[in-house]
Design a protein around this ligand. Structure first.
Ligand code: DGJ
Length: 736
């Protein structure tokens, strides 16, 4: 039974259902159930005309849709004083006593809001996607909120956002404007959250939520995730494991300041209120204008974290990530090979090395631009996007030609949102820079942020990209960096400084939309000195992100592991560099778990190291389709034992790859027990072989044996990881 059919059967009381092609309009005069159902889950709302809209169920889908209304009656919790404790979008200033989703100051200065259900509409976007909208209105003020729920049936994902408008006689100030307001019931709630800093991204912490409000937020403006990303998990009743337990994943699709309030209320229910951070941002809304919040994204699984993450990854590839089902370019980057010190001859050599290594593209990093204040270190030149004449007298064009002549593609680094005070741009347009007029400037990596709230600055940033591609149509890739946070938030352009953080993000998204309208297919990496920026608001424009500047492979096993819960492998740019003490094999194997790149001095590689890399790239090319588009299973958690193991399998369950690493160097550390594989067909037979062997070494594994999927999933396979085999890559194939 599909979503719409079930919707029509649950209108209670005296509802009239009008079927208009694929749209169902419900005019309801009594109690109405509004279920948002996906393949496995249901999120059920209840409304009565002119009454509050409440959340009455969140969890596994029930067989009988009419039983959702029985749920609330089974809870004998403490008194409900307001009728709003489980509101679907909690207004403030009237009956509410808890954390609101929305707070406003009306045109007449009054601070109260009451939101009552008016109507809802269900539209089918396609066979898999439905869009529900619900209109809520204040009975006293001409003020309306429309809640949107876009549900993806197969992937069990919901995106939720709101549109706020009014017809009052003057401006209304939105003091708070969340995207979503969820309400969960369980015996206990376990929050898995992340914190970090440069080179220490995605450090997980899991703890039981206690009563009161736990807030995950950012006030950094740009690279908003540097200290804390908006992604989180909530396990119900007990901490979910990889394969067991009830778990909700949440994330705000927004690249600016965010706020997620997790309120364990006096009735022991969990209220999740997520949206743009209202910090320093009361928003003045004119009559007739609409304020649209960014989507809050969630998925739920009753089969543990692994299942939830595969659903999210598959949703992202299909619906959100730029070119999620497409291809990616392997590359050689020159950042750590040269830093700012290069010229045309050196780059020509590196382009030759790109070919020799066997990757698809050469990526020229920071340092190629600026003349009056040359970009020879990170203290000058940012903002002056003309080729540096001393380093590149023949411009980017000649490098693109050189790459083409070598049979490889050419990509380029930019950091277009930022400016060094030591730049011609700063001299010309000091008013384009975010800074407080009466205060000293404060720098992050010697730079300031350009004021994207200003349309002229948006044109400038768009122009950088437009000019590069117009002048060099064969330019194949952009790495878009963003290193500074916003200090001294102030725009010389904006009249209302309270709009600053929001208008900055609107400006950034405008630029990215314009870029994508003109250059829909060019791959772009979302880089921010590491994972300070990855989120699904940005990833709709970018093909990949840079998880961390920390490329020490031991660290990367942990960092990539945590990102993989929320983002698919195809979006994770992993480069082999000289960070860490591990041999080239270990470094390359780890980088192969996503989108492979290199940032090493190829001509200094010992012969066997180069041979190994060339062979590994060939293996990668043969298996990248499974890594990028297959299902990922985390088999052994590096935080729980000596070995980390991650597996990828194709849709047909016929072939795949397993990466295994020793993460503990103590005496005798090894893979003592077999590791259970997942996601195979129990009836199929598989042969497992070891690939990525370093020249001169041979595998300790017996490749003659054939195993059933049943055996591999219930007993497992031992990759024989030990202190002399610290990284083992296995390929498996169905034997017919
Ligand atoms: C930070 C990035 O993460 C690095 O990869 C490199 O592009 C530098 N910026 C360049 O300044």
């Amino acid at each position: 039974m599909n979503f719409n059919q079930r919707t029509t059967t649950v209108i209670l009381g005296f509802s009239i259902v009008l079927l208009l092609k694929d749209i169902i309009v419900t005019k309801s005069f009594a109690q109405t159930l509004i279920p948002i159902e996906t393949q496995n889950n249901a999120f059920v709302l209840e409304a009565e005309k002119d009454k509050d809209l409440s959340s009455i169920y969140f969890g596994k889908k029930l067989v009988d849709i009419n039983e959702y209304k029985l749920v609330s009656g089974l809870y004998k919790q403490t008194e409900e004083y307001t009728g709003l404790a489980n509101a679907a979008y909690t207004p403030s200033g009237s009956r509410n006593l808890l954390e609101p989703a929305i707070t406003v100051t009306h045109a007449d200065g009054n601070n109260s809001l009451d939101l009552r259900y008016v109507s809802h509409k269900q539209a089918k976007v396609n066979d898999n996607v439905s869009l529900l909208s619900i209109v809520l209105k204040d009975p006293v003020y001409d003020f309306e909120v429309k809640l949107y729920y876009k549900s993806y049936f197969k992937e069990d994902v919901v995106e939720q956002w709101s549109e706020i408008k009014h017809g009052e006689k003057g401006d209304v100030v939105l003091q708070k404007y969340a995207s979503a307001n969820l309400h969960l019931k369980a015996k206990s709630y376990w929050l898995n959250q992340y914190h970090g800093d440069w080179a220490k991204e995605m450090q997980p912490e899991e703890a039981r939520l206690t009563h009161g409000i736990k807030t995950i937020d950012s006030k950094l403006g740009t690279r908003a995730n540097l200290f804390q990303p908006s992604v989180f998990m909530i396990s119900l009743d007990k901490p979910a494991t990889e394969d067991e337990g009830n778990v909700l994943y949440g994330a705000l699709e927004y690249s600016g300041n965010f706020k997620v309030d997790l309120e364990l209320d006096y009735q022991d229910n969990l209220r999740i209120i997520a949206g743009i951070n209202n910090y320093a941002s009361p928003y003045t809304l004119k009559p007739g204008d609409t304020f649209t919040t960014p989507p809050f994204l969630y998925t739920f699984s009753n089969q543990g974290k692994g299942n939830a993450s595969r659903k999210l990854q598959s949703w992202a590839r299909k619906y959100k990530l730029q070119d999620g089902n497409g291809n990616r370019l392997t590359l050689l980057n020159n950042w750590e090979a040269t830093y700012f010190d290069f010229n045309e001859n050196k780059l020509a050599e590196l382009i030759g090395d790109t070919k020799k290594l066997g990757v698809d593209m050469f990526l020229l990093d920071d340092g190629w631009f600026a003349n009056k204040y040359s970009r020879n270190d990170d203290r000058a030149g940012l903002g002056d996007w003309q080729e540096n004449k001393a380093k590149l007298p023949n411009g980017i064009g000649s490098l693109v030609k050189e790459a083409t002549a070598n049979g490889v593609k050419f990509g380029l680094w930019i950091e277009p949102e930022m400016i060094n005070p030591k730049s011609e741009l700063y001299e010309k347009h000091p008013d384009w820079v975010i800074k407080q007029p009466k205060r000293n400037e404060h720098y992050f990596r010697n730079q300031l942020v350009l004021d994207l709230a200003n349309p002229q600055v948006q044109d400038f940033v768009y122009g950088i990209v437009d000019r590069l591609f117009t002048k060099n149509p064969e330019l194949a890739y952009l790495k878009w960096d963003c290193n500074a946070v916003i200090y001294n938030a102030h725009s010389a352009f904006l009249k209302n400084q309270s709009h600053f953080y929001i208008e900055y993000m609107n400006g950034l998204y405008n630029v990215l939309k314009r870029i994508r309208a003109k250059f829909p297919n060019v791959p772009m990496m979302l880089c921010s000195g590491g994972g300070g920026r990855v989120d699904y608001g940005a990833l709709q424009f970018f093909t990949e992100f840079w998880p961390s500047d920390n490329t020490d492979p031991m660290e990367r096993i942990f960092i990539q592991w945590e990102y993989s819960y929320f983002y698919p492998a195809i979006s994770s740019s992993n480069h082999v560099t000289d960070w860490g003490k591990q041999p080239i094999k270990f470094r390359t194997d780890v980088a192969m778990m996503g989108k492979l790149g290199f940032d090493i001095v190829v001509n200094k590689l010992p012969e066997n190291d180069l041979k190994f890399c060339q062979e590994a790239i060939k293996n990668y090319n043969g298996l990248k389709d499974v890594i990028w588009h297959g299902d990922q299973y985390r088999l052994a958690n590096p935080r729980e034992g000596n070995v980390a193991s991650v597996m990828y399998v194709d849709e047909a369950k016929a072939r795949g790859i397993i990466f295994n690493y020793l993460v503990n160097n103590r005496y005798g550390s090894n893979s003592a027990s077999p590791i259970k594989l997942k996601g195979l067909d129990p009836r199929k037979k598989y042969r497992i072989t070891e690939i990525n062997l370093f020249p001169g070494t041979s595998s300790t594994l017996d490749v003659k044996k054939v195993f059933s999927g049943d055996f591999l999933m219930n007993v497992g396979f031992n990759p024989d990881v030990n202190t002399s085999r610290t990284s083992v890559v296995l390929e498996f194939k169905e034997v017919k």
